[in-house]
Structures are given as structure tokens and as C-alpha cells.
Design a protein around this ligand. Structure first.
Ligand code: RNT
Ligand code: ZN
Length: 409
């Protein structure tokens, strides 16, 4: 009640902020639960991404991953989606290869989603596979390998369409390809032309545009792919704009001093909608659990100011060195906290100061507002969503570790 009054002085309605947050869905990445392995191979993880750490208790089966997600969802307030990767398909006996997987491999996930009451997003998996061993997939010089991955892309669109239709909510499908070279290539154009041609083959197949929202993720570099990435920021921006799909900004895929939040408004102007991977690079694209730091705050503020409806927000990190359930819950709550904080900012007033050239007062207020009683609003939001408001949620994770995770070898 006190916080409500304080915010009301600035014309901010805490009730409206909580209602807005309750409607905003963030896609939870399934891959934090088992270090990005999935159920169609035994590892290792390839494609220039890496998990570090060997904390016990990772999910080994779809049932375990679903149970872990149930636990996570019970400790996070607000609306969630689940973001699945193709390698998390479920195979009875023989494993169907990626060029032939289909909706049938994801039926149990749809049943789970219906039970839990969440919608699904999807990702084709262009890594951790013998045909990706050269570090090239859709841009591979060998037409047979390209064909295999094109088929994977097409099958993935079918799976996304199945999700979108079954769950009556558009399924975001993210195309991230690790393609690139460790050392200076002699030809930078050829691979990009092959990549564009392969993507064209995939997107020319018929899919329901209401059920499926495709986007392409850019990247600066990966481990062992330090010199050249086919799907660079410029490639992705150009391709997506020209072909009428969306582009995805991952917070870990730029130079460390680049301000990813600053890219959002330009993307929004020309794409209309923006897909986003919330991540935290530490010295490199290391995918640490997201914290309430300045980068996250700045991105959340841009998303809130430009209307969350225009964004497809997903988490993307994978820390294998700590309890994975805690990693999931903490990151998700941090994202929601920053979104709520951004909703409680007096933007009208700040914009007026900017436009009036009153930069001293703008700076003073930007800083002073940081310490307004956001916590009380968050606590109320958690209470209304029947989840713990503060660190007590971790007690429940510890119990789950004792009773469930520690029994997994
Ligand atoms: C990799 C990309 C990509 C992956 C997931 C697993 O650098 O960020 O989004 O993290 O597809
Ligand atoms: Zn990503």
C-alpha cells in the first residue's frame, strides 16, 4: 500500500503494472536442464557453444526434464512458454534422424504443455550431429550435407506448425546455425550465398503464417569458430528484412562493449517485431545465468517502452556448474523483476526532461528511481501468483535436490 502511494505520485499505477507483467510471456529454454544435450544423441555438445561444470542431477530422460520444468514453473510467477529444441524430440526405440523427425516425436511435449497450460516455441538443432562435424550445415560446400539440413529445417517448420495449431498460439521458431571458420577464410561470400539459398529452400515450403513465426539468430563468433560466422549480424539483418521474416538478437552475440539494448529500437522500426535471447556473456558468449545487471535492465526497459507485445522473449543460458533448477528459476525471476521495474518507471517525465534538454535532472531521477520500493510490488505480484516472494524458493529447490536430483547418477 505504501509503495502504491509512492508510485502514484508519479502517475504510475502499480496494479496496471502487475496486470501487464501477468500477461507477458517469457519462453523458458528447455536446454538449461541437461546442458544442451537432448534425447537424440549422447553428446558432446558441438557448434561452438559450450557448457562448463558437472553439477550432479541433470535430466536424463524426457520424464525427468518435464518433472524439473514442473518444479521450475511452480516457483516462477506470471506467464511462461516453453522453448524446445529439435534434439529434445522423443524417440521410441530407434532414433529418427533430424531430416525425418516430425510432429510424432513431439506429441508427449504437446500433452505436457496442455497439462501445464503453456504454449511452445521451437528451434531446429543444427549442431551436435555427425553431419555438423565440419562446423558447417546449411552453408556446407557439399550439396548432400546442405540437403540434409534443409530437410531438417523443413521438418522443423512442420513441428512448429503442429505446436502453433495444437496449442492455438503462434510458435516462434528460431534458426541458429553455427556455421563458420576458425581461421580467416579465403571466401566470405560463397558460404553466405549458400546459406541464403538453403534458407530460401526451407522457407519456400508452405507453412501457416498464423501458426508459425520464423526468425534467424545472428552471432559474432563461437569456440573454434573465431574468425568468421556465416550468419553474422549484417547477414541476418539483411536476409530477414528482405525475406519478410524476423531477426533474433542474443545478448551474448556481440562485442562485449556493444550495447545490445540500443539495437532494439532500430530493429523494431524496420521489422515491427523483435525476437530476443536473454543471456549473459562473461568475457565471451559464455551463457551465464542472467543477473539483475545493467545490461538486463537496459534491455528490459527498451522492451517495456516499446510494448512487450512486439517481442518474442526467450531465455538462453546453460550453466552446468550449479543446481540447474536454481539456475532456471533465478534467471526467469530476474527477467521478470527487470520487466516489472521497467514498468514502474515514470517514462513520460523522463522523456520530457530529455526533450527539454534537462540532462542534469534526467540523470538525477534516472538514478534516484532505481531505489524506489519496487520490492514491495514484486512481493505482491508473487503473493497473487502463489509463489515465494524472496529466497525461500531456494528451500524448495534444495528439498527437490535431496529427494529427486541426488538420486540421478
Ligand atoms: C548459440 C545460440 C543459440 C543456442 C541455443 C541452444 O550461440 O545462442 O540460441 O544457445 O539454440
Ligand atoms: Zn541464442
Amino acid at each position: 500500500e505504501e509503495a502504491k502511494k509512492i508510485y502514484a505520485q508519479f502517475g504510475i499505477d502499480t496494479e496496471a503494472a502487475m496486470e501487464r507483467l501477468a500477461k507477458l510471456s517469457v519462453s523458458v529454454h528447455c536446454w538449461q536442464g541437461d546442458d544442451v544435450i537432448g534425447f537424440d544423441h549422447d553428446g558432446p555438445l558441438t557448434g561452438g557453444i559450450q557448457t562448463t561444470g558437472n553439477y550432479p542431477g541433470k535430466a536424463r530422460t524426457p520424464e525427468e526434464l518435464m518433472a524439473d520444468l514442473d518444479k521450475v514453473f511452480s516457483l516462477v510467477p506470471g506467464k511462461k512458454k516453453l522453448n524446445l529444441h529439435a534434439c529434445y524430440g522423443i524417440h521410441e526405440g530407434v532414433i529418427t534422424d533430424r531430416d525425418r523427425i516430425g510432429p510424432e516425436n513431439f506429441e508427449p511435449w504437446v500433452r505436457w504443455a496442455k497439462r501445464v497450460g503453456v504454449k511452445l516455441d521451437f528451434n531446429p538443432t543444427f549442431f551436435s550431429h555427425p553431419k555438423a562435424a565440419d562446423g558447417l550445415t546449411l552453408s556446407h560446400p557439399d550439396a548432400k550435407i546442405r540437403k540434409f539440413w534443409i530437410k531438417h529445417g523443413i521438418q522443423s517448420l512442420k513441428i512448429a506448425e503442429y505446436f502453433g495449431k495444437e496449442l492455438k498460439s503462434p510458435c516462434g521458431i528460431n534458426f541458429w546455425c553455427p556455421d563458420g571458420y576458425k581461421d580467416e577464410p579465403s571466401d566470405r561470400l560463397g558460404p553466405r550465398k549458400r546459406m541464403a539459398a538453403s534458407l530460401d529452400e526451407i522457407f519456400k515450403c508452405r507453412y501457416d503464417r498464423k501458426a508459425v513465426v520464423p526468425f534467424l539468430e545472428s552471432k559474432l563468433f563461437g569456440i573454434g569458430v573465431e574468425s568468421y560466422t556465416v550468419n553474422s549480424h549484417e547477414f541476418v539483418t539483411g536476409y530477414a528484412l528482405k525475406r519478410g521474416i524476423l531477426a533474433l538478437l542474443d545478448m551474448g552475440h556481440f562485442h562485449l562493449t556493444e550495447n545490445v539494448a540500443d539495437k532494439i529500437s532500430s530493429f523494431l522500426m524496420f521489422f515491427g517485431k523483435v525476437a530476443f535471447h536473454i543471456s549473459r556473456p562473461v568475457r565471451w558468449d559464455s551463457d551465464h545465468v542472467i543477473r539483475q545487471n545493467d545490461d538486463l535492465r537496459a534491455c528490459a526497459q527498451e522492451i517495456v517502452k516499446m510494448n512487450p507485445k512486439n517481442f518474442i522473449i526467450a531465455l538462453d543460458y546453460f550453466d552446468a556448474s550449479i543446481n540447474r533448477i536454481a539456475a532456471w528459476v533465478l534467471g526467469m525471476r530476474n527477467m521478470q523483476k527487470e520487466l516489472l521495474k521497467a514498468m514502474l518507471m515514470p517514462w513520460d517525465k523522463l522523456v520530457r526532461l530529455q526533450n527539454g534538454g534537462d540532462f542534469t535532472e534526467q540523470l538525477v531521477l534516472q538514478e534516484e528511481y532505481r531505489n524506489y520500493p519496487f520490492d514491495a510490488v514484486w512481493a505482491e505480484f508473487c503473493k497473487r501468483n502463489s509463489v515465494p516472494a524472496s529466497e525461500e524458493w531456494f528451500d524448495s529447490v534444495k528439498r527437490y535436490e535431496q529427494q529427486v536430483l541426488s538420486r540421478r547418477s
